[in-house]
Ligand binder design. Structure first.
Ligand code: SF4
Length: 284
């Protein structure tokens, strides 16, 4: 079994942390911002990916990283692959392994396995509460996603829920419904509200929310949940952050475009690309 990997991102400052991006997704979000949504990148078996990841770490840091997020695309598309990857990363003595997911395939069996493997964090997207709206936006029902939040809580997996505020699509009333639903499971569930950013979306289906709208959404969620965070715009990111990205050579044109957009919108955006071919040549 192989999965494609278009890139692996490494934060080099202020903290060492890596994101392994597995390509492909079972949703078709209209405002998707992820290059890894498509079936792009180099195919790797788990074993080959672990080897490639280790070599990438040595190239970037000169040592292994101890904080890894498995993301995409959608990392749960093949649960066996995901679980083997987590086991393999554990075998490399990686302490913190997080999984970022849209939750659609997060059934009881997978949640139990994630608990058994002591995944440090699951980042669960609940994009919308309204099922029709969710269907319109993603092409899929949200029933299993809502159920996943309950399962993660019941199996005592460390997790938080994320929603992107999208004016005219996901407004304060949707955030209110999601937060109320989560509070019916537990008011302790951490909840993060992000801003939609049309610059990074495949389809600029709406505008960025205003600060006032973000604050209103925060207040709505705070009525039900104890731990709510409103995540600031990318433009306000601390310029001390520095990244290195190991990238599939075949996607270089797409990376150039993404870098250009990021540099225009994020002050002092620091990212350096390393082609896959350079890492692969290390193994010869
Ligand atoms: S779940 Fe994420 S990667 Fe998949 S289509 Fe939606 S935004 Fe894109």
């Amino acid at each position: 079994m192989q999965r494609k990997v278009p890139f692996i991102t490494f934060c080099v400052k202020p903290n060492k942390k890596a994101w392994i991006n597995l390509a492909g997704c079972n949703f078709d979000c209209k405002g998707c911002f992820a290059l890894a949504k498509d079936d792009v990148g180099k195919p790797f078996t788990v074993e080959a990916l672990l080897d490639f990841f280790t070599k990438s770490c040595m190239q970037v840091y000169g040592e292994m990283v101890y904080d890894v997020v498995i993301t995409g695309g959608e990392p749960t598309l093949n649960p066996a692959y995901l679980l083997d990857l987590i086991k393999g990363l554990r075998g490399l003595s990686i302490k913190n392994i997080a999984v970022s997911t849209n939750g659609y395939l997060l059934d009881e069996k997978l949640v139990k396995s994630l608990k058994t493997l002591q995944v440090s964090l699951v980042k669960l997207d609940i994009k919308m509460y309204d099922e029709k709206l969710h269907y319109w936006y993603t092409g899929k029902s949200n029933k299993s996603v809502l159920k996943a939040a309950k399962l993660l809580h019941d199996y005592d997996v460390n997790f938080y829920v994320r929603t992107i505020l999208m004016p005219g699509i996901v407004d304060v009333d949707e955030v209110d419904k999601i937060a109320r639903f989560l509070s019916s499971i537990s008011p302790e569930i951490p909840y993060r509200i992000y801003e939609f950013d049309p610059k990074h979306a495949r389809q600029p289906i709406t505008r960025k929310p205003s600060l006032k709208e973000m604050f209103e959404a925060f207040k709505a969620a705070k009525k039900y949940l104890k731990h709510v965070e409103s995540v600031p715009a990318a433009e306000t990111y601390d310029s001390s952050y520095e990244y290195v990205e190991v990238r599939d050579d075949a996607l270089q044109d797409q990376f150039n475009k993404i870098d250009e957009i990021s540099r225009l919108s994020i002050k002092d955006w620091k990212i350096r690309g390393i082609p896959f071919s350079k890492i692969l040549s290390l193994s010869k």
